[in-house]
Design a protein. Structure first.
Length: 216
C-alpha cells in the first residue's frame, strides 16, 4: 500500500506561473513531461498517468520513462514508449488496469505507469540522453534525479502539472504545480505568439486559465 501524506492545495499557482515564465528566455521544442498523477485518490491500478507535450507528429519510439527511487537512486522501472504525438501536441499514457484497458480519459497509450510516491523522480529519455525529469518530495538524505529543486510530493488524487507546457526553466519547483483535479489530455498553453519580455508577466497568468482542449 502506498504511503499518503496530506498537503494543502497551492495558493501560489499564479505566482509560480509568473516566476516560471519570467525565468526562461526561450520556448522549448523538445518533448516534455507536462503532467503526472502518481497517487490516485483510490486505487492506483488503471487510474494513474503521465502526460507528455511535444511537437505534433514526433515519434515516441525509442523513448523511455524511468522511475528513479529517491532512497538509493536506482531505476526501479523502465517503460518503452511508442506512438506519435497528435496534432494538439498532447500525448497521454494511461496506467494499465491489468487487462490492457485504462480508466484514464484521453489515453493514447496504455502501459504500467504507476510510479512510486515521493521522494522519487520520473525521467524521460531517448537514445541521446535525458529529455526531461520531474523529481517530487523531500530528498534530504536521498537521491534527486529531477531538475533544479524538487516539486512537492502532493496529496492523493492531486497531480503535478507543468505551469506552462511550452516553457522549461529546468527547475521542477518553478515549472510544476499541484492540481486538485487532474487534466489528462489538456495543458495550459498560450493561445498567441510569444510576446516581448515585458509582456511575459501577463502570459504567465493567461497561461494558467487558458486551457487548450484535446481534439474531439
Amino acid at each position: 500500500m502506498k504511503l499518503r501524506r496530506k498537503h494543502s492545495k497551492s495558493v501560489t499557482l499564479c505566482l509560480l506561473a509568473l516566476s516560471g515564465v519570467l525565468g526562461v528566455s526561450s520556448v522549448t521544442a523538445q518533448t516534455l513531461i507536462s503532467e503526472v498523477l502518481y497517487d490516485a485518490a483510490g486505487t492506483d491500478n488503471g487510474t494513474t498517468f503521465v502526460e507528455l507535450y511535444g511537437t505534433p507528429g514526433e515519434m515516441l519510439d525509442g523513448m523511455l520513462l524511468e522511475g528513479v527511487n529517491g532512497a538509493d537512486g536506482n531505476v526501479y522501472t523502465s517503460i518503452a514508449l511508442s506512438g506519435v504525438i497528435p496534432a494538439d501536441g498532447v500525448f497521454v499514457i494511461g496506467d494499465d488496469s491489468g487487462d490492457g484497458t485504462t480508466l484514464v480519459g484521453n489515453a493514447d497509450l496504455i502501459l504500467n505507469v504507476d510510479f512510486q510516491n515521493g521522494p522519487d523522480s520520473v525521467v524521460l529519455r531517448n537514445t541521446d540522453g535525458i529529455l526531461d525529469a520531474l523529481g517530487y518530495g523531500d530528498f534530504t538524505g536521498g537521491v534527486f534525479a529531477g531538475e533544479g529543486d524538487a516539486a512537492p510530493d502532493v496529496a492523493a488524487g492531486f497531480s503535478l502539472a507543468r505551469v506552462n507546457s511550452v516553457f522549461d526553466t529546468d527547475d521542477n519547483l518553478v515549472d510544476f504545480a499541484a492540481l486538485e483535479v487532474p487534466t489528462p489530455g489538456s495543458v495550459p498553453v498560450s493561445a498567441v505568439p510569444l510576446p516581448p519580455a515585458a509582456l511575459l508577466f501577463l502570459s504567465g497568468i493567461t497561461g494558467m486559465v487558458g486551457v487548450a482542449r484535446r481534439r474531439s
